[in-house]
Design a protein around this ligand. Structure first.
Ligand code: HEM
Length: 189
């Protein structure tokens, strides 16, 4: 099956499956972030925030898994006729996505690990009554900088998503070449 994907110049089922799973979780996470960010302190906000931490840590684990998968199964080469500028932009945006998929959860986790929660426990609460360890040994002075970087990375995410979706639509509807459908998770007949 993997050979058939490679022959067709497409991502294999593991890389494509993780791509779509992480994409859905990323959109959901931004929605949850906006929602709890606008709420007053209280039980409802705590519940939304528990979901924010849970989905964020899940994104971190899945992104590290995808990075490992990518190292073991290198992505299919771009079609030979791809112009140089497109190769450079694609490389930069893929690197940018890994930065935010890993950097966003890490800065959020670091912000919580240096905030109020860290005064009373070395664990943070997740959804469904689960808990997760705080990052140990971080100075409290990092709390505001980490929140600030988290917010900046959210804005970088918007830019990357617009760029990425525009490129995918261009390949699908304007170029209609071999680049279209590279991330479709099922083999073509
Ligand atoms: C890919 C994963 C993540 C995404 C896309 C994301 C996205 C967001 C968004 C959209 C906001 C609202 C920002 C605003 O209102 O301006 C936010 C706030 C926040 N997130 Fe995340 N987040 C992620 C992971 C995490 C994780 C894992 C944690 C903690 C374990 C976390 C902790 C926080 C905190 C503490 C805030 C409030 C920051 C503030 O008040 O300035 N985030 N996040």
């Amino acid at each position: 099956m993997i050979t058939r994907f490679a022959e067709q110049g497409r991502y294999d089922i593991g890389a494509a499956g993780l791509h779509w799973l992480i994409a859905v979780l990323l959109f959901a996470e931004i929605y949850v972030g906006w929602t709890f960010g606008d709420m007053d302190r209280g039980a409802v906000r705590d519940l939304w925030f528990d979901w924010h931490k849970s989905v964020g840590i899940t994104i971190l684990i899945l992104s590290l898994a995808r990075l490992g998968w990518r190292i073991v199964n290198p992505p299919p080469p771009l079609p030979a006729r791809t112009p140089r500028w497109e190769r450079v932009v694609a490389g930069l945006s893929h690197f940018g996505f890994y930065m935010i998929m890993i950097g966003l959860p890490l800065t959020g986790w670091a912000a919580v690990s240096t905030g109020r929660a860290a005064l009373t426990s070395d664990m943070m609460s997740l959804a469904g009554g689960l808990s997760w360890p705080l990052l140990p040994g971080l100075p409290r002075g990092l709390h505001e900088p980490m929140e600030g970087v988290h917010e900046v990375l959210v804005k970088v995410t918007y830019v990357l998503v617009v760029l990425h979706v525009s490129a995918a639509l261009k390949h699908q509807f304007l170029d209609r070449g071999r680049m279209a459908g590279r991330m479709w998770p099922f083999p073509r007949r």
